[in-house]
Design a protein around this ligand. Sequence first.
Ligand code: FHN
Length: 459
Amino acid sequence: MRWRNSLIVFWTLLPLLYLGVAYGASSGHRDHTAAMRWWKQARFGMFIHWGIYSEAAGFWHGKPVPHSDGAWIMDKAHLTRQAYSTLAAKFDPIDFNADRWVRMAKRAGARYIVITAKHHDGFCMFRTNATHFNVVDDTPWHKDPLAMLAKACNKYGIRFCTYYSIQDWHSRYTLPAIGNPNQGHPTWQPMRFTANGGGEKYVHYVQRQVGELIRQYHPSLLWFDNNITRSWITQQGVHVAGWSYVDAADVFHFVRKLDPTIIINNRLGYGFGDYKTPEEHIPPDGLPGAWETCMTINWTWGYKRDDHHWKTPTVLITNLIKCASGGGNFLLNVGPTGKGIIPQSEVRRMLAIGKWLKVNGQAIYGSHRTPFAKALPFGYATQKPGMLFLEVTRWPHHQPLLVPIRNKIQRAYVLGFPQVKVKVENEPRGRLLYLPGKMPEPVATVIALKISGAPHPLP
Ligand code: FHN
């Protein structure tokens, strides 16, 4: 009789249990969907790659290290952990000023910053109890830049976000791809886990540090990177797995449980994460769902003193427009020097973007992807309810600009140039805009069209 009563209780409670789990997941998702809203409206962020590699500036023992990324010097110069760690004792960024960095980001029109808390070298640019290899304990500076940047972001109304590399070339639970961590000339990428549960211990290390980042700095977004590892067979024939689905799941769910509003990118791998992260290129037709292109201003992520391959302000502003027109975000990188200075060549470019956004930001912030399936001959488009914005990069000289839509245009005007008159004519192929001969904003002039109803593109 007792077993019969237990069965009744079980079948009664089971649906309640199911509803509870479903609610828990959905509430996490519901909170989370709300969290994505700020990010989708932000459209433009500033990436910051800053670590002890910035002190090396792409050189080792006075010679340039042949690789495009200053942050990779430990791998590309084949340095042992001891050799690389000597940079920590030299890292003393006496010119660092968090307010100055964040004010510049604000003037550039960035709505969030993503700072490298730990890059592949394993050096932690934040206060951590998980390793002594960190900026507070292991440098003569003894300060916590993430705490200062988080405070400055809060002061200036910019979202604070942190980058965290899964690859870690310093952890006691990892090994170089080839060679020994402390002898010879190791090649680090793709790192290996140590045998006897190194991977599991490393995941616990990651969770401990990610927990510190969340509790100490309350980032709005965690930008994981580079989960490239390799499995291997030890001399004793033991198989050591690389970064696995379970490892990614453990970290993803750990973060979600700590704070379901934190946005997570897709670089834990295995389909985990909230948005895609194309790098150094902009998908011509955007991507389905949420996405963000990250890009360097020159060729390097971490500072290299001999990298002068600067993208022009026109290219950078056009890249931002392309991202927004594809429904994505643009995360543009700066690489400060070891002393804490963002190079003037990068500041000038960031501020040029900010100057353009000051006039044309309403076409970018909070906008949605273009309504047009085909590329436009004159440039790009973004939209908001009742508004269509044309970001014109190729000004039509001596002929009207054809907008292939069926909608009635209630008003047509040029952002930032109220004196410029735009005459509209209807014709079967769409709407003709008669514009002045001279392009008002040489990089990209935005024509705002107040339309009735949702955009109705013509084939
Ligand atoms: O190897 C890193 C690189 O240094 C940089 O951090 C970029 C940023 O997206 N991610 C990796 C390359 O994909």
